[in-house]
Write a protein that binds this ligand. Structure first.
Ligand code: CDP
Ligand code: MG
Length: 894
């Protein structure tokens, strides 16, 4: 019998327990008193159901202690009337042979890990096994996917195989979904389930949670696994079992199995063995930067020379997919009115060497060879670079698009810039082959944002006589398996979210796929027979440039960002959280401290669960909540949140974008004379004006000239433009009432705005304040004559200086904030320099950085006064700032 109990969302005890400590909650196995408690007779109308039978037979034959008495096991078997075609196809899947074993393990354990070759049937079949066994009778089965494309595709497929509709097998993701009150199996993106945990900690709607594609290690999946490792024992304690099934491709499964942080005793693991046919790997001799052209050429060669079999091409993004599909379709068009089956003369295997001008796999090549290859590559790169100067550049915008959510724009990347190759001539030599080939190529696109109808086409056979060719992003690597692929063409590239540790802004960049990823891609060619994988790069690149695998995203993300995200989810003890792979603890602690200083987190006294001694934890403030909506490091998010209140969001977006990009100005700041607040706004002010003016020049088509004239790095300006666009659209989506547009004729801020911008900068950089010191304060041993001035920074002993190009050298203000500190000069002339400096007023410190001010009691003279405008009492204070206790002027505040 399954009890239904809904968890109280405001149950803070539950919440506390979740993040209590790193220990896994102990589950005591109670001795079995009465076997009847476990082996219940089948009272389901006399007809014995499949699974209760199974339970009976097992428990009779095996020692009883292997069954946990507290686990609920459904007793109802659900009959399915599957389409016979579906049934035949299912029977070919390796996982079908394991149904019995999987269901036994599910019934007897709360947690199960299933690893298996991609395409073995994990995602489509396991939810069905559970459904048939009655797991969706009283509560739902949840399946999480890190990718939107798989969420929709898999829910449709499972509905189809179970002969049900989207009413019963549904999906839910941000902005889209079809869940009903009758939903039994719910596919969702991992982010959606995380949101649900925030309002229902015990996930009381679900009997089973399946975490699919766990090997992808998305941030949300990793956090979900940590939370679930605690929720499962909690549910068991309350007598309503929650089962957790972790499914992953055969990559790094030990991160979940041998992980005592997550599970005290390793959960049972089942590996689904899939038949894999041999795949021959061919490397290119050279690595060309125009991998799209290489991919096109390889596809043409395969299609015109090699025997039947589908082609799967891996590129990095939606635009590349569409470009290649168009090009291939144009070369080998398909016409509905032609019967191609009659025209085609079948090619046989012996006709041609399948290596197709590639090299056979030779990864063991000796170092000499590798060295030679590297030399060749460097030469080729140089040549390509020179060539790119003569040729018109291909617009990167045509290619680069984010893979997952379609909102982020891509920042240009050095490796993929230009897309040029040395082999233009060779393409022409393919022309005769293309002309004489009469077989059409059934070229189909596949990427995350593709509509579900068009997505479904890749699973259907091509029209008679045509050859299937799917051009895909890495969604076809492990999430989706396309039938009948014999040839894989791998560009070796993928798009990855890369974080700027300066601002926390993320951008999609084209990088080398990992070696593990390349193996997965190649494996797609061996699902239905022996196949070939063509890597469009050399064995040397594979060995030296491709990492074995990438770190989980959670560890690549800046710590401030991660800490704020987790606090917003109600995970207070971020250091103790049971991460599958833990990020650096010290970094997490430092990030917490920084966020506290910025007023994004605040101390919160709590009585420890069951213990008397009070404990201090940091919780997110209302400001912190607002800050978390901005896709940037919290300090910049804070600037944006406040600028929204000041009506300065467009300026702040431009400013933050400009501060993110390195080395924007190559010349002196002299071209941007300033006075008053504009001068005091300092280097960020110069940046802001330069960006505004460059944008205007861009609209008029004079950007290049403009940049040259004013010493701006053109590439930096382009990158800033992309960031501004990306930030603007993300903010419009995530911040209600933002509605920002990019004004191509952004005027420089006026005096009042410049002053507000100075305060904004202080609000975000308040932990990085500098104060001018008298030269008599410069330590002995320093050469005093070298400096006309110097600054002290809150936590640094030695004096620091303004960047040599800083516009503030003209005024040397008393108090400043800076974006970063860095070291210059050799060992003998070493000094610390502040970059991007703004002048501030010390009176602002108690308002914008109160956490670092020590104000003491209000002064009796001047007397406190009632301020009618704000309705508050204003008092005068005298105080100090920071650890070094710099004296502040008398200030009047609430
Ligand atoms: O999850 P895993 O990679 O183990 O396999 P799966 O996604 O469950 O796929 C099992 C099989 O179903 C594959 O051979 C797919 O090609 C097939 N499939 C299909 O034919 N049509 C779909 N819409 C989805 C999957
Ligand atoms: Mg799968």
């Amino acid at each position: 019998e399954i009890k239904i109990e809904s968890a109280d969302p405001s149950n803070t005890e539950v919440k506390k327990e979740l993040t209590k400590d790193t220990e896994v909650t102990e589950i005591t196995e109670e001795p079995i008193q009465n076997t009847d408690d476990i082996i219940k007779p089948d009272n389901n109308g006399g007809s014995s159901s499949k699974h209760s039978d199974k339970i009976n037979s097992i428990s009779m034959n095996e020692p009883l202690k292997s069954i946990k008495p507290t686990l609920d096991v459904p007793t109802v078997h659900v009959d399915i009337k599957r389409d016979p075609k579906v049934q035949i196809a299912r029977l070919k899947l390796p996982i079908l042979g394991e149904e019995q074993r999987i269901m036994e393990l599910v019934n007897e354990n709360e947690i199960l890990i299933v690893s298996g070759e991609t395409g073995s049937g994990k995602t489509t079949q396991i939810p069905q096994f559970l459904y048939e066994a009655g797991y969706a009778e009283n509560k739902m089965i949840a399946v999480t996917e890190p990718r939107r494309v798989a969420t929709v595709a898999m829910s449709k497929r499972v509905a189809h195989e179970l002969a049900l509709t989207s009413k019963e097998v549904s999906y839910l993701m941000r902005f889209e979904g079809n869940v009903t009150k009758d939903t039994k199996i719910k596919f969702m993106t991992d982010g959606v389930l995380l949101k649900e945990i925030q309002s229902d900690f015990l996930l009381s709607k679900y009997s089973v949670v399946i975490i699919d594609e766990a090997h992808e290690r998305s941030v949300y999946t990793d956090i979900l696994l940590g939370l679930l490792s605690r929720i499962v024992p909690l549910r068991l304690k309350r007598g309503i079992t929650l089962r957790l099934i972790i499914m992953s491709a055969t990559l790094r499964v030990e991160d979940f199995t041998d992980n005592t942080r997550l599970f005290k005793t390793p959960p049972p693991t089942i590996k689904v063995e899939a038949r894999q046919f041999p795949v021959t790997i061919h490397f290119n001799k050279n690595t060309y930067s125009d991998y799209l052209k290489e991919a096109y050429k390889k596809a043409v060669k395969i299609h015109t020379r090699l025997p039947e079999g589908g082609i799967l091409i891996f590129v990095t993004g939606q635009q590349e997919v569409n470009y290649l599909v168009r090009k291939l379709k144009a070369s080998f068009p398909y016409r509905k009115d032609v019967d191609y089956t009659k025209l085609i003369t079948k090619k046989t295997v012996n006709d041609v060497d399948p290596a197709l001008d590639s090299e056979p796999e030779d990864i063991e090549s000796d170092d000499d060879e590798v060295e030679k290859e590297m030399k060749r590559m460097r030469k080729a790169r140089k040549k390509a670079k020179q060539k790119s100067k003569q040729l018109p550049k291909i617009n990167l915008d045509d290619y680069d698009m984010p893979e997952d959510d379609g909102q982020a724009d891509l920042v240009s990347d050095d490796d993929s810039d230009g897309h040029l190759s040395d082999s233009d001539v060779e393409e022409d030599t393919l022309a005769p082959a293309i002309k004489s080939c009469r077989q059409p190529l059934w070229a189909l696109p596949l990427y995350s944002m593709l509509g579900s109808e068009r997505q479904a086409r890749v699973f259907a056979p091509p029209p008679p006589g045509a050859r299937l060719c799917v051009v895909s992003t890495d969604v076809a690597e492990t999430s989706l398996t396309i039938p009948a692929i014999k040839y894989v063409v791998d560009t070796g590239k993928k798009k990855m979210r890369v974080y700027s540790h300066a601002t926390g802004a993320s951008a999609w960049r084209v990088v080398w796929a990992s070696r593990a990823g390349a193996e997965q891609r190649a494996g797609r060619a061996g699902r239905t027979g022996a196949g070939h994988a063509y890597r469009l790069y050399s064995a040397a690149v594979f060995q030296h440039d491709c990492p074995a695998h990438y770190e989980p995203e959670l560890c690549r993300r800046p710590a401030d960002d991660l800490v704020l995200m987790m606090k917003c989810m109600g995970i207070d003890k971020v250091v103790n959280f049971p991460y599958p792979t833990a990020p650096d603890k010290i970094q997490l602690r430092l990030a917490e401290k920084r966020l506290e200083v910025l007023g994004i987190l605040e101390k919160y006294e709590t009585k420890k669960f069951k213990k008397k001694n009070a404990e201090e934890i940091l919780k997110v403030t209302p400001l912190g909540k607002a800050v978390s909506a901005f896709p940037l490091l919290p300090r910049y998010g804070k600037m944006l949140a406040l600028s929204h209140q000041f009506n300065l969001l467009p300026y702040a977006i431009a400013l933050v974008s400009a501060l993110t990009v390195q080395e924007v100005m190559t010349g002196k700041a002299d071209s941007w004379p300033a006075t008053g607040n504009t001068l005091l706004l300092g280097d960020p002010g110069v940046l802001l004006r330069a960006v505004g003016a460059a944008e205007y020049a861009h609209v008029k088509g004079e950007e290049e000239l403009f940049c040259a004239k004013y010493g701006l790095r053109e590439k930096a300006i382009k990158e800033i433009r992309k960031l501004r666009k990306q930030l603007t659209s993300e903010i419009n989506l995530s911040v209600s009432g933002a509605n920002v547009t990019i004004d191509p004729e952004m005027k420089p801020p006026d005096d009042k705005q410049a002053k507000l911008l100075r305060q904004l900068l202080l609000s975000g950089l308040g932990d990085q304040v500098g104060r001018k010191i008298g030269l008599d304060e410069v330590k002995d041993g320093e050469d005093k004559r070298k400096f006309k001035y110097a600054y002290h920074c809150s936590n640094l002993e030695e004096p620091v200086f303004l960047h040599s190009e800083s516009i503030l050298r003209k005024s040397i203000p008393e108090w400043v904030v800076y974006q970063e500190l860095y070291e210059t000069g050799g060992t003998d002339r070493r000094k610390m320099v502040m970059r991007n400096v703004t002048a501030i007023e010390p009176e602002w410190l108690p308002i914008y950085v109160p956490q670092m001010c020590n104000l003491g009691e209000p002064l009796s003279t001047p007397e406190p006064r009632y301020d009618e405008a704000s309705g508050r009492v204003k008092c005068h204070f005298k105080g100090t700032f920071g650890l070094s206790c710099w004296e502040l002027p008398v200030v009047e505040i609430d």
